[in-house]
Design a protein around this ligand. Structure first.
Ligand code: GGG
Length: 353
């Protein structure tokens, strides 16, 4: 029996709907295994701006810092999309959480459940068995460098910056993970055009001497984007910078059938944060159709990584597998060729899991 304190931060849009399901799954596991989990809920993103005047308050951050793990949903709101002058944005809450909690490593497992082979837009013959683990660097790059406008607002800039230390610590996590998998590491950069890319490659090349058992390849990020679709099975672990990781993992979600299937773990110096890779999806908010599986699988990562509860985590993944085997789907992963798919909404899928 373990006692743990979890912060629930649903955020905006469908973040509210899917995180409610992720939490229920965690509660069910606690009851099944006799664990005592307690919960706090905090605001982040647009709803926090509306209620508290800040995308993430100091209090909410402290509550997260003092917890054993955070189950997070998504941030965003369409009203900011067409207002480039907004001083406060929901995403600032997300970036503050990552920076202040020292969450420099974002793990994004891309695994295709066999039952979803037909749901992907990629050819099944190149897809079967694809299993990739991304390490996206999360607290550097253009997201956190100096940004602004000059020339009377007619020129904009975002500075990309990486230190040797920042590259080393994310690369080490990726090398170590490769050791527990198929012992292959791809480092994706733009060493041909960016100075940060050249430093990135130099650091990874040097570190590879400490890992002679790992087969290392260096790819340009654009070539990686192409190879992910052409031959996803060539990859085992991929390590890359913040912006490339953001883009490449959205693309790679098609390997798993949908963005609604991809979970992530953000880890580093302290409390870990677990979240679906998808955003707040206001176009489907309130319709009850969002796929909660990414949140459920994020809860499985939380149990495994932050609490060391392997059996509990595997039980959650197995439950998702059983659900898919039984033909239940949300509409984003329904196979248009298969009339036997049983399409359900967010809550119904959660209950079945
Ligand atoms: N759950 C992920 C999420 O909320 N995404 C919205 C977003 O702003 N993402 C930017 C990023 O992940 O860097």
């Amino acid at each position: 029996m373990a006692q743990k304190h979890i912060v629930i931060a649903p955020g905006d849009g469908i973040g509210q709907e899917v995180t409610a399901v992720g939490k229920k799954v965690v509660e069910k596991i606690a009851a099944k295994f006799g664990h005592e989990f307690t919960y706090d809920e905090v605001l982040i993103g647009h709803l926090s701006i509306e209620a508290m005047g800040s995308p993430l308050t100091d209090d909410a951050l402290e509550t997260m810092r003092n917890s054993d793990a955070v189950l997070f949903g998504a941030v965003g709101h369409p009203k900011y999309d067409n207002d480039p002058t907004a001083q406060m944005r929901p995403e600032q809450g997300l970036f503050r959480m990552r920076k202040e909690l020292g969450l420099y490593a974002n793990l994004r497992p891309i695994k295709l459940f066999d039952e979803l082979l037909g749901a992907s837009s990629i050819k099944p013959e190149v897809l079967k068995g694809a299993d990739i683990l991304f390490f996206r660097e999360l607290t550097g790059d253009v997201y956190f460098g100096e940004k602004g406008r000059k020339n009377n607002g007619n020129t904009a800039y975002d500075m990309a910056e990486y230190s040797r230390y920042e590259v080393e610590r994310i690369a080490r996590k990726a090398f170590e993970a490769a050791r527990t998998r198929r012992k292959k590491l791809c480092s994706a950069d733009k060493a041909n055009v960016m100075e940060t890319g050249r430093l990135w490659r130099e650091v990874v090349q040097k570190m590879s001497l400490d890992y002679p058992d790992i087969e290392v390849e260096h790819q340009y990020a654009d070539a990686t984007a192409m190879l992910l679709i052409k031959d996803p099975r060539r990859f085992d672990v991929i390590v890359t910078a913040n912006l490339f990781g953001d883009i490449l993992t959205d693309e790679a979600s098609q390997i798993a059938g949908s963005m609604g299937m991809l979970a992530s773990a953000s880890i580093g110096d302290g409390t870990g944060v677990y979240e679906p890779i998808h955003g707040s999806a206001h176009d489907i908010t309130g319709k009850g159709v969002a796929n909660p599986i990414a949140s459920i699988l994020s809860a499985a990562l939380l149990l495994d990584i932050s609490f060391g509860m392997k059996e509990e985590s595997e039980m959650v993944i197995k439950a998702v597998d059983n659900l898919l085997k039984a033909g239940y789907r949300t509409r984003d992963i329904a196979d248009s060729q298969t009339s036997s798919d049983k399409i359900l909404g967010t809550e119904a899928i959660g209950k079945l899991v």
